[in-house]
Design a protein. Structure first.
Length: 82
């Protein structure tokens, strides 16, 4: 499977997870997305779709870590000594 197809499938699975959360009127946040993607991966018989769910989970976690790094740097920048 080529990279473009993998990326598109990852986006589709992320969209399916998002729609499922919204339909259930649950809060939409990284934790709920990861939980829903895990559920989708566990019940989907298609290996490519399972892998796409796992790739989407990795993407969310990477974004969370990057956001944490930005917040840490921002807090450090605010510590000005006179």
């Amino acid at each position: 499977m080529d990279n473009h197809h993998s990326e598109k499938l990852r986006e589709i699975m992320l969209g399916e997870a998002t729609l499922a959360i919204l339909e259930q009127q649950r809060p939409l946040n990284p934790a709920s997305l990861i939980q829903e993607l895990r559920l989708l991966a566990a019940k989907d018989p298609d290996e490519a779709r399972r892998k796409a769910c796992l790739a989407a989970i990795r993407e969310i976690r990477t974004a969370q870590m990057a956001e944490g790094d930005r917040m840490t740097r921002r807090a450090d920048d605010d510590n000005v000594f006179h």
